[in-house]
Design a protein around this ligand. Structure first.
Ligand SMILES: [Ca+2]
Length: 245
């Protein structure tokens, strides 16, 4: 008789324990899910990936795993020339625009809204077939424009020969002054202008557009005072712009 009583008592004890364990687990589960959601809220994600992070109550043995963000956060770089603009990918900030087919010169940038913003280490895209597009963004093949902003560091006082090679049109501004006008619908053409620069930083704006097919090119160069070799300006001479629109 004693055994008949003690067996149900043991069952009750076990059931009570399991019930508490379940409540405890559900509490952890909700907390974990909240943690994950707060982490993911700061990261780009797709709907599918968001679903993947949902904790499955059927697998209570590994609630901790839910706290680990998914191994493959969404990569938005597919629609960018360079990802992580403003961090490790270059001081030059460049806005990309679409321009109407048939454009024979640079657009009026003030009337346009950028499609996206990218960053560059330098302005050195040698002439290439248009079908290759711009580095990292094959879609940029025709009828687009770029307005790029940076500071250019002049190492010494003196007369610089600034050069721009572009296909199609481009303009170079330093400290709000137009320095080179290479605008128009044309094959790769290099224009050179002599400019006196004091040593130090100068606000640089490059405007560029690519019209139809054939070729793409955009390179910014200089000949330093007292030297004779024109070289494409190295990344170390660029700094982030002080102001961007
Ligand atoms: Ca072209």
């Amino acid at each position: 008789m004693r055994e008949l009583i003690s067996v149900p008592a043991a069952l009750v004890t076990i059931l009570t324990f399991l019930s508490c364990a379940k409540v405890q687990y559900m509490g952890d589960d909700e907390a974990s899910q909240g943690d994950v959601e707060s982490v993911l809220a700061t990261q780009p994600k797709t709907e599918d990936q968001a679903k993947e992070t949902t904790i499955e109550p059927e697998e209570p043995k590994e609630p901790q795993s839910a706290k680990t963000p998914q191994d493959s956060p969404t990569d938005e770089s597919s629609d960018r020339l360079f990802p992580n603009c403003g961090t490790n990918d270059g001081p030059i900030v460049a806005d990309i625009y679409e321009v109407p087919e048939g454009s024979e010169s640079l657009p009026d940038f003030s009337s346009l809204t950028p499609v996206t913003r990218v960053c560059l280490q330098d302005i050195n895209i040698p002439a290439r077939n248009f079908s290759e597009g711009f580095p990292g963004k094959e879609q940029l093949v025709e009828w687009f424009a770029i307005r790029a902003y940076a500071q250019l560091d002049a190492p010494v006082d003196g007369d610089y020969e600034i050069s721009i090679n572009s296909d199609d049109g481009a303009k170079v501004y330093l400290d709000d002054s137009l320095v080179i006008d290479n605008d128009g619908l044309h094959e790769p053409i290099t224009k050179v202008e002599q400019v006196f620069l004091e040593a130090g930083s100068h606000e640089l704006i490059i405007e560029y557009y690519q019209g139809p097919r054939l070729e793409i090119a955009l390179q910014l160069g200089w000949t330093l005072p007292g030297e004779e070799i024109n070289q494409w300006i190295a990344p170390k001479f660029f700094k982030p712009p002080t102001v961007t629109p």
